[in-house]
Design a protein around this ligand. Structure first.
Ligand SMILES: Nc1ncnc2c1ncn2[C@@H]1O[C@H](COP(=O)(O)OP(=O)(O)O)[C@@H](O)[C@H]1O
Ligand SMILES: CC(C)(COP(=O)(O)O)[C@@H](O)C(=O)NCCC(=O)O
Length: 403
């Protein structure tokens, strides 16, 4: 990797060199991916991993912000000097790197268009736009090929990591559940087609949930759903069939016959329902619907593997379980739902990789150490991938090879 430059500190304690920042500005969230070189990695002749690989050891960092709080993101970029390897012309940061004639960062998502002028005005840089679907697929392919313990199944509360055979990865269906949902059939390296989508996605859960429960944050809405009981709101098969199963068509009495259907059967107002129950029912309805549409697409194109990404998932058991059950139920066990630990960062990673089209050869991920970084304070804490889902801002040990 070229154009690495020394900076003094990251504002906390460790001297760091930051280079290569990429950004994905979606309808709900802004995702950042950037690389920082390890401070201990300075031409140490005893450091085998540097010498042998001829690479640069460091970390890939992941951070996210709400799109409505884009100014926080701009300040984060500025405060952490993430543009130091980039020539900037005006704005918060006034430094220029004479050895670097690059004056842009790679950006994807609709916000790369929408906020292009804002980045120019506030940070003095241009956003070089990369296609969103291209980036999603590049990001997913990269994670599946380069990162151990990236993909996992989730059924009945059991998480099981899936060993990916690089020679048997394609074809697969990639379902990205962001604000809306895109379904992409991936046939090979760089070969893909967006085959479907639905506007009933993460934005729907958050938007409807906010209106119905009056909660103030997405995390609060999720928290409510943990404590809720969807049966209070949903109409079950048993409610219609007098407590009996409708076994002839394979529906048990506890299956949901109609999401939110119970709300029609009495004179209750919204206030008569607990926000917890409403949130849980909504989460179930949307997850189930996405699982079903995904299965239908997998069926139509003869795909057995479905990878789900996007920040709607947020590593939530109930969401993943519902999606998995839907895929399993409708496909009669033929298709498999899998989830990705870096679920929401596919697009940003794809944009990051687009600095160098030979990205998979260029970046080698070493998963032996993983340390999360809190975006708000920048401190590192221990990270155990088996105990915690990778949703918060954090980093991943890696080596970047000289191109
Ligand atoms: N902190 C959060 N704030 C808002 N939405 C969140 C948050 N965390 C997860 N989400 C969910 O993730 C969705 C956005 O997912 P993401 O993959 O980032 O899509 P987009 O690119 O459209 O922003 C939101 O619509 C919401 O359902
Ligand atoms: C327009 C989008 C690609 C934008 O991506 P997002 O910010 O939601 O991640 C996505 O919202 C989407 O695919 N919506 C579904 C539109 C449809 O197929 O009906």
């Amino acid at each position: 990797m070229d154009h690495l430059r020394e900076i003094e500190t990251d504002g906390i304690s460790n001297p760091r060199e930051i280079s290569r920042l990429a950004i994905d500005i979606g309808g709900s969230l802004i995702k950042l991916v950037y690389f920082s070189r390890d401070s201990s990695d300075h031409e140490d002749p005893l450091n085998d991993s540097v010498g042998v690989s001829n690479g640069v050891n460091g970390r890939l960092h992941f951070a996210k912000f709400e799109t409505t709080k884009i100014n926080d993101c701009l300040k984060f970029i500025s405060a952490n000097k993430l543009l130091l390897g980039v020539k900037v012309n005006s704005g918060f940061q006034h430094q220029e790197n004479p050895t670097n004639d690059r004056s842009f960062i790679k950006a994807t998502g609709g916000g790369a268009y929408k906020f292009s002028d804002l980045f120019k005005e506030k940070l003095g840089i241009s956003l070089e736009k990369e296609d969103e679907m291209d980036c999603l697929v590049t990001g997913a392919d990269f994670l599946l090929k380069a990162v151990n313990h990236e993909a996992f199944t989730y059924l009945n509360g059991q998480k099981e990591f899936v060993q990916i055979d690089h020679n048997d990865l394609y074809p697969y269906l990639l379902v990205n559940i962001g604000s809306g949902v895109s379904m992409v059939k991936v046939d090979g390296d760089g070969k893909f087609e967006r085959v479907s989508g639905t506007s009933v996605g993460g934005g729907t859960f958050w938007g409807l949930g906010k209106l119905l429960t009056k909660c103030q944050s997405f995390d609060e809405l999720l928290e409510l759903s943990h404590r809720g009981n969807n049966r209070v709101v949903d109409m079950l098969v048993g409610d219609i069939y007098g407590g009996m199963d409708y076994s002839k068509i394979g529906l048990s009495s506890t299956a949901i016959a109609s999401s939110f259907g119970r709300a029609i059967s009495n004179n209750n107002e919204l206030d008569d329902y607990k926000p917890e129950d409403v949130s849980r029912s909504l989460l179930r309805m949307i997850s189930n619907n996405i699982g079903q549409i995904s299965y239908l697409n997998a069926l139509q194109f003869g795909l057995k593997r479905i990878f789900f990404g996007g920040f709607f998932i947020r590593g939530q058991s109930y969401t993943m379980d519902t999606i998995s059950v839907a895929v399993h139920f409708w496909s009669k066990g033929e298709a498999k739902a899998m989830f990705l630990r870096h679920e929401g960062f596919l697009g940003a990673l794809g944009a990051f990789m687009s600095y160098d089209r030979h990205s998979l050869d260029d970046l080698m991920i070493n998963q032996s150490v993983q340390i999360p970084v809190d975006a708000s304070c920048g401190t590192d804490t221990n990270y155990n991938p088996l105990e915690r889902d990778l949703n918060e801002t954090e980093s991943m040990q890696c080596s970047v090879y000289q191109a």
